[in-house]
Design a protein. Structure first.
Length: 223
């Protein structure tokens, strides 16, 4: 199996059965190969976030199939989906969502402890990731003591803490100014390449999209 993510004929409508149903995704198929970084481009309201939530097992489609590493999750229960999110998937959002009362390192350590890692291994992994993104010297700082770009770099590290096969990112630099966005995106790409994982990254920024392996425009997606 060469594809880390496969979506087959996904359909999603909000308010289904109500007076004014809103179709968001219709017969959508796409795949992300192992080691591939794919840009997902579409205007606001076109369904990018919905697609990422379905791909990340945070939401369910009305119909269609979701496969991660060859395993189908379309009919799986909450327990299996939660386990897959913890082990196989990493998430990055436009806002960092770091826990404010914990340091940068602790924000990366906590998901590893929840996944069964030892404290020693989790601390070593956090130190290594922070070193890779140039923030080793900021490991003990809390989010409020970090710049926006630094906070997002910590969020990248947290997303990769448990060694996922697939990173799903929703406008990961959209909350940053253009100069910082460019620098932070370079860090993200280097981190993804160095760790060899796959990524599906939603962005409005066509320049950033052009620097990925492939661009999918919502409405043109196909397997």
């Amino acid at each position: 199996m060469n594809d880390v993510l496969t979506l087959e004929r996904i359909c999603k409508t909000y308010g289904k059965g109500g007076p004014a149903p809103v179709p968001v995704l219709s017969d959508l198929s796409l795949s992300v190969a192992r080691g591939e970084v794919v840009a997902l481009v579409a205007p606001s309201g076109a369904g990018k976030s919905t697609l990422l939530h379905i791909a990340g097992l945070l939401d369910t489609a009305d119909s269609g199939r979701v496969l991660i590493d060859g395993r189908e999750f379309s009919g799986q229960g909450d327990r299996a989906r939660t386990e897959a999110r913890r082990v196989s998937l990493g998430f990055v959002y436009q806002f960092h969502h770091l826990l404010p009362e914990f340091s940068a390192a602790e924000n990366i350590i906590l998901p590893q402890l929840a996944n069964g890692s030892s404290d020693r291994a989790a601390r070593a992994r956090a130190a290594d990731l922070l070193e890779r993104v140039g923030l080793a010297h900021r490991a003990g700082h809390r989010p409020a003591q970090l710049s926006g770009g630094e906070q997002q770099r910590v969020a990248f590290c947290r997303a990769l803490a448990n060694g996922p096969a697939l990173l799903l990112a929703d406008e990961p630099t959209g909350n940053l100014d253009p100069a910082t966005s460019d620098k932070v995106f370079d860090v993200l790409m280097a981190l993804v390449r160095d760790t060899g994982l796959s990524a599906l990254i939603a962005t409005h920024n066509l320049d950033l999209a052009s620097r990925m392996d492939r661009v999918i425009r919502l409405g043109e997606a196909h397997a």
